[in-house]
Design a binder for this molecule. Structure first.
Ligand SMILES: Cc1cc2nc3c(=O)[nH]c(=O)nc-3n(C[C@H](O)[C@H](O)[C@H](O)COP(=O)(O)OP(=O)(O)OC[C@H]3O[C@@H](n4cnc5c(N)ncnc54)[C@H](O)[C@@H]3O)c2cc1C
Length: 237
């Protein structure tokens, strides 16, 4: 559903005149104001302000600035097939839940799309290269899932895994977002560090960023580049 809402937004904005290009920008090395960008496809993009919201790819785009400040982690999702005819794993009988005190921080969504009961662990997984890593769940994750389900949801102990996803968090050191100007180029903004919880904040991040770009509001220090340390210590979930 999150994917569909982003696609719906893009289609709506295109109808409202947004020029949307499916293109790739290479690493950006800046020493002054940016006037123009050239994409791998050969598009030349000139603008007054450039905003880079490239998620876990930001360290690849700004290696000097962001390598070691954004830590992409591998996150694996499982959908389990409930027993035939069971309505125990769908709304309203099954809530959305997160078990914060558990070392793996498991969370689950009821079967809202007929895909099965969704279960995953919020604990940061291994480092991931969002371009190169294989998006196939690991045997170790399946074993961890099975052990957790056998103990906490015994009625699904032998349920089939009907679907899996491998995704990535784009973590900052503590989980706070990164929304700031590039230190070498006043018209370049970097927005990211969603850290596993950025989707729901999308509209508010958009508002905040606009207020920063047009200089309408004071900056929130916790979003600054300067506040981003190189040693991970998760605090914001
Ligand atoms: C398993 C999982 C569960 C999550 N659950 C939740 C949740 O329940 N609630 C919540 O709020 N958040 C959740 N999140 C976090 C949320 O998905 C992210 O924080 C959010 O998607 C970050 O948005 P973004 O726009 O910063 O980055 P992304 O969504 O990663 O978008 C970055 C975009 O930049 C593009 N890009 C990258 N490099 C280039 C380039 N060189 N040139 C051109 N384009 C480029 C990419 O193709 C991509 O489309 C979850 C994340 C995961 C992985």
């Amino acid at each position: 559903m999150a994917r569909r809402s982003v696609q719906t937004l893009v289609e709506q904005l295109k109808r409202e005149g947004m020029d949307y290009r499916h293109a790739t920008v290479g690493p950006v090395h800046l020493s002054q104001k940016l006037a123009e960008l050239k994409t791998a496809e050969g598009y030349k993009i000139s603008a007054g302000t450039f905003i880079f919201a490239c998620g876990p790819w930001l360290p690849k785009l700004f290696p000097d600035l962001l390598a070691g400040r954004i830590f992409p982690s591998r996150q694996e999702i499982f959908f389990l097939g409930p027993p035939p005819g069971s309505n125990s794993f769908g709304p309203p009988r099954m809530p959305v839940w997160l078990y914060h005190q558990h070392p793996y921080i498991p969370y689950a969504l009821p079967d809202i799309e007929g895909r099965g009961f969704k279960l995953a662990f919020d604990l940061h997984g291994d480092a991931i290269d969002p371009d190169l890593d294989q998006r196939v769940v690991s045997e170790a994750s399946v074993l961890r899932l099975r052990a957790f389900v056998a103990r906490h949801i015994p009625s699904l102990a032998h349920a089939p895994i009907v679907e899996t996803r491998v995704c990535q968090y784009e973590n900052t050191w503590n989980g706070d977002f990164l929304i700031d100007r590039h230190p070498q180029a006043e018209n370049v903004w970097i927005v990211g560090g969603g850290s596993g919880h950025g989707f729901k904040h999308g509209p508010a991040v958009g508002d905040y960023l606009v207020s920063q770009v047009i200089g309408r509001a004071t900056a929130e220090p916790r979003f600054s580049l300067q506040s981003k340390q190189r040693q991970q210590q998760r605090a914001v979930y």
